[in-house]
Design a protein around this ligand. Sequence first.
Ligand code: PEP
Ligand code: MN
Length: 349
Amino acid sequence: MIIIMERNATKVQKLRVIDLLKDNGFEVRCNEGDVHTVIDALGDKTSLTPGRLAALEGVKEVKVIREPFRLASRDRKEEDTVIEFHNGVKIGGDNKPVFMVGPCSVEDDYNGLLKVAKAAKEMGCEFLRGGAFKPRTSPYDFQGYGEKALQFLRKAADATGLLTVSEIMDASDLDMMCKYVDVLQIGARNVQNFKLLHAVGKCNKPVILKRGLSSTIREFLLAAEHILYYGNQNVILCERGIRSFDSAFTRNVMDIASIPVIKKYSHLPIIVDPSHGTGQRYLIEPMAKAGLVVGADGVMIEVHHDPEYALSDGKQSLSIPMFKDIMKRLNSFNNRLHYEKTCLSANVK
Ligand code: PEP
Ligand code: MN
């Protein structure tokens, strides 16, 4: 349950609610907002009914959270979460969807990465993505260049005015990674690595949490809940496709419907990754558009300066000319869609 106190509720009234909850075995978290105090109560509702709480002095409203993902739920927070970066870029809410592009792995070739970063900036993208620690299915595949890759990523992003995204695989890398990245990514294979979720939950860096290879939507939101529970509210979800029975033509099945479903049940922003979602270059443009149509707050696309020689995911990576060509159309699509969603709907209201 969530208990929202009146704006002029006294300290005594708040303590009365908290004590009653604790006496009935609830775990209590008190959030002092600018206007209202919101008390989160986790426990067995049969021992203390919402009606009894609502009758207490100073209580404005009692909400029962129906979903197990309490903090991620729209029942708890109606308005969309918006994540703002130091350069003014925003993700979520009514903001125009952002683009995160770059190679699957940052390789030992700074100039190659810089070419991608320059193309990303030229095409209006906001983020440069690139893996330094790669969770590979085979131990014989390229595992990432580690900190050196992060140094390249930061340098190329600073040279072009972009923000950085890179995947964290191990909690012990957290402090080091936070020096280089603006957004931490938790990959599909670590979506239920709870210790890692808790570690990023204890810092304040924005986190992209990718949907697991076989996560249900509920499991996905509960994974996000672990991060929120430990304090970090800057969580961005990412639909990147799930494993199904037909992999003949696509690497994964991109669950487009998960985006509006998640928007209905959660206030967290969600982006779409058609590169991993489909594994096919020719599907990146249509599936990015599909994601934007159903409300994605951003798009992640793999781009490599020389895909044929990429050390990971070359087959699905766009070359720079392909990327520029597709981005021209994605930008105008994104602009039109955003105009319709915001300006036109504001006129109607
Ligand atoms: C990636 O972004 O390069 C990646 C490994 O993604 P995922 O975890 O979705 O497979
Ligand atoms: Mn990849």
